[in-house]
Write a protein that binds this ligand. Sequence first.
Ligand code: NIG
Ligand code: FE
Length: 434
Amino acid sequence: MKARRAHKIRQVRGGESLEGRLLIIDNASELLTLKGNNGRPRKGEGMKDLGSVQNGAVVIEDGRISKAGPKEEVLSDVDVEGAFVVDASGKLVMPGFVDPHTHLVFAGSRERELSWKIEGASYKDIAERGGGIVSTMKATREASHKYLFQLGIQRLDVMLRHGTTSLEIKSGYGLRTKDEIKILEVIKSLSEEHRTDISPTFLGAHAVPPEFKGNTDAYVDKVMKEMLPIVADEELADFCDVFCEKGYFDEDQSRRILDEGRTYGLIPKVHADELSDMRGAELAAEIGAISADHLEKSSDAGIGRMADRNVIGVLLPGTSFSTNLEYPNAKHIMDLGLPVALATDFNPNCWTKSMQFIVSLACYKMGMFPSEAIVASTINAAHAIGKASEVGSMETGKLGDVIVLNIENHEQIPYRFGFNHVETVIKAGEIVHG
Ligand code: NIG
Ligand code: FE
């Protein structure tokens, strides 16, 4: 994890400095610690383990979790005098959400595609009618670093107010060297300026740009030989991702890019089997990807191989919602032994910034229990971006990323859907909202 720099908070009220003071969150009607499992992602029955405590308290010292658990245990030997106390009576307290799959840096907006979808157009039809990734590419190529940065700050502020304290952001709307680098540099600036912890991913292989139409292999070469060396040289990404899909990049092309990325130290991720079974799950297992995301059309064999290789399955119900796709069968995928995470997939085709909405969809549409959906949005999501030693649960020494929600228990997150329950956001021990 990068060293924390002097972060500014834009447009988010609060940011009260608690330098040298203990921060205590007291009297939580339910506290979700997400503790346990020896640092491994949760799967099977373990996905229901929230480490839930009634009447809980959390102590944060120097930005990090010092203790979290039942109030009487946690506060027994703490000097409350001089501490800053947040009273969470009647409220739910949990780790900040981790959103492990977003495309947050893009220009333009594609609301006109909604009417096309209502008329029955598929994702592919929309791309053929001039919408989709390539239309966002055009707007993003035209946008300056400064403009994309300003949009990024506003989006991160909204996410933070909805409880997301760590997230991943992919490039992928430049699709030529200078603009892919521009997007990654915007992500870097955002990570220096904003309180949210950001994991950057290079997704040069998000689509074949019009200049390379009919010549995907030549574009793959460009990604491998021209873009990847710069991304690595300038240390602009932790992960390398590929949209492995018909009409985008096939299994072999995806493998070549991800293998090459690995030689530069970039950890592989895969957009796998969203619209068709491309053997993306198998590929993710074979190359030891940290996660394979989407999985709507993956085979049981592919999911089984992912489970054997400890690849996290990142499910994106917001995409199924906004694209009129079948939802992945999360229950079945969990039964096959895969550790599951959830993400917004925030992008111009799926415009949500709220992990709370994703938790609702996961429960109402994918057969996940509220406890499973919350595990998937916190500790397992942290595993999907390699940050589980720092965030995702309230273990001693981890970052003090804690949110207070104006509801009494965790089941009310999905049950009362469509609005923001988050009242207070604490990032690395600092109150950044509320
Ligand atoms: O993860 N599926 C590929 N990429 C995005 C959608 C990108 C877009 O439509 O702009 C996704 O859903
Ligand atoms: Fe995506």
